[in-house]
Design a protein around this ligand. Structure first.
Ligand code: ATP
Ligand code: MG
Length: 287
């Protein structure tokens, strides 16, 4: 059974339903437990609208959302359960930090789950460790720490709730390359070591190519492709026609492939590319 299933989900924001006003249209997807899904698409393509259906923030105008096989809108009792299972990190989540200390901010979510003080403390420590927030930072005000630290603290608040499904809306947006790399690693670790399902919305193929199992491409409210990373990258033309930014290195290798070099299509990182090119040179020397 898929952990997430959307059946023909359509959402209209303003009440007057016409084809133009539909923010997402007939979205049907399923996600297996433990998968890492990257969602990509232009501004306004419906990414944020889609993910807000996963923890009951938005109710489908048409269609159904199932989490763990449960139709989440079938019974009011399902809402609280769903919100516990699905942790959603909004865009710029640091704007929602408001407590006196970073520690209290991270503890806010777990407290609302009604856990014991001891359990809350344990979770806060674990989450802080996962996002590399040091002990001394925990006692500072969230207003005294750097932008990257704030972002990580906000993410820790969601991780501390130990959601079965972690959904993130552009979690690395606006950070410098180092800050961004840290966030990507944190998400990857949560997926790998906690074995949780991850849904990661981004504008950058580069951010997800290395980590995701599958990529969902949205365009104008519709799903245009939902496939493995390898298959998605095979169609470089389609990606380019959609105006999506492909990793530079993928473009370079695609050109080499077109020129007849024997290069696998599933290379997205410079490190891997270096090895592939090295091997080609070695082969050439041998001949
Ligand atoms: P971005 O990359 O800019 O975050 P997105 O892919 O997340 O974009 P959405 O925010 O889901 O796209 O928007 C999908 C459509 O719904 C757009 O046409 C947008 O203008 C519209 N929309 C989004 N939020 C609202 C809202 N609160 N009220 C009315 N229309 C909205
Ligand atoms: Mg958005």
């Amino acid at each position: 059974m898929p952990i997430i299933e959307l059946k023909d989900v359509t959402y209209v924001y303003d009440g007057t339903d016409n084809l133009k006003s539909r923010a997402i249209k007939n979205v049907s997807i399923s996600v297996e437990k433990g998968e890492y899904i990257g969602i990509i698409g232009h501004t306004g393509s419906g990414k944020s609208t889609l993910i807000q259906h996963l923890n009951c923030i938005l109710k489908p105008t048409y269609g159904k959302v199932y989490i763990d096989g449960v139709d989440i809108w079938e019974d009011k009792k399902n809402l609280a359960k769903t919100r516990k299972k699905v942790g959603l990190v909004f865009q710029y989540p640091e704007y929602q930090l408001f407590e006196e200390t970073v520690e209290k901010d991270i503890a806010f979510g777990p407290k609302n789950l009604g856990l014991s003080t001891q359990e809350i403390e344990k979770r806060v420590m674990k989450a802080a460790q996962m996002v590399e927030i040091d002990q001394d930072l925990l006692l500072k005000s969230p207003f005294e720490i750097s932008g990257g630290e704030k972002r990580r603290a906000a993410i820790a608040g969601i991780l501390a709730m130990e959601p079965e499904i972690l959904v993130l809306d552009e979690p690395a947006a606006g950070l410098d390359p180092l800050g961004k790399e840290k966030i990507l690693k944190i998400i990857d670790n949560f997926h790998k070591y906690e074995k949780r399902t991850v849904i990661h919305v981004t504008h950058s193929m580069e951010d997800i190519a290395k980590y995701a199992d599958k990529i969902l491409i949205m365009n104008d409210g519709e799903v245009v492709s939902y496939d493995s990373v390898d298959n998605t990258f095979k169609d470089v033309d389609m990606l380019q026609n959609m105006g999506l930014d492909i990793p530079q290195i993928t473009k370079v290798l695609f050109k080499l492939r077109q020129k007849g070099f024997n290069i696998p299509s599933n290379i997205y990182t410079v490190e891997d590319a270096v090895n592939v090119v090295k091997n080609i040179l070695i082969e050439k020397e041998k001949r």
